[in-house]
Design a protein around this ligand. Structure first.
Ligand SMILES: [Fe+2]
Length: 235
């Protein structure tokens, strides 16, 4: 299957609105992952044109952008030997296919109601190993908390299709041992968020002035929330 054939057929499945779209989508992503010849061209682009405008820095440094359209985004991830990501949620549904495995997925249920900032209780529910051509899926927010790990020798590869995002501006990372969770921002936003959180420590009261100015200026709800949280914790 070519990448173009996949994209056309996958878009058709999503637009059909059929009840079984997720199963059909998984079947198609599985076939794309099993027949990974198309991926050579993607790797070639990364090697010869690493600064291409579609390869923006992401929360995940091992991420490669493959294709974007209004209905979905197709990404790929290169996993170093033994590499695992941090337990996380998602801002959309996702279908993940193993192109070079085995890749282990652990899924988690969230047991608390999310009412306490930075607190989360998780319970592992599923541990499944994906071989080449096999797929798994996630749903947005607490319905899709998971973690992936490359169990293979050498570099593992997954290809991941995601739907339209919720535009939260972050995803959530989890640590079940300390029962904690935190917001993970993309690199383009992270510096600003950290500066917001620390300016009072460095500049004292004048830092408050800067935050208030930023509050008036900022159109981004996620940054406004960060600023308000710092200003409110001062009171
Ligand atoms: Fe994920």
């Amino acid at each position: 299957m070519t990448l173009q054939e996949f994209c056309k057929e996958f878009e058709g499945i999503l637009k059909s609105g059929d009840q079984g779209w997720m199963d059909r989508g998984r079947d198609l992503v599985g076939r794309l992952a099993a027949d990974s010849g198309w991926f050579g061209e993607v790797l070639e682009r990364i090697i010869l044109d690493p600064g291409a405008s579609d390869q923006k820095p992401s929360i995940w440094p091992n991420e490669i952008a493959v294709y974007r359209c209004p209905e979905f985004t197709l990404l790929a991830y290169l996993w170093q030997e033994r590499q695992a990501d941090i337990i996380h949620d998602h801002g959309s549904w996702g279908i993940i296919g193993a192109m070079k495995g085995p890749i282990l997925e652990r899924k988690y249920d969230r047991l608390d109601d999310g009412g306490r900032e930075s607190y989360a209780e998780l319970k592992e529910t599923v541990a499944l190993t994906l071989q080449k051509g096999q797929t798994t899926s996630v749903l947005p927010l607490d319905e899709g908390i998971h973690r992936m790990e490359n169990l293979g020798t050498g570099i593992g590869i997954t290809t991941n299709a995601y739907g339209k995002g919720l535009k939260r501006g972050f995803i959530r990372f989890f640590d079940p041992e300390s029962r904690s969770c935190w917001k993970a921002y993309p690199p383009s936003r992270l510096k600003q968020v950290l500066a917001i959180r620390v300016i009072q420590d460095v500049s004292g009261a004048s830092g408050n002035g800067v935050l208030k100015k930023a509050l008036e200026k900022s159109a981004s709800p996620v940054l406004k929330k960060e600023i308000e949280s710092v200003l409110n914790s001062e009171k």
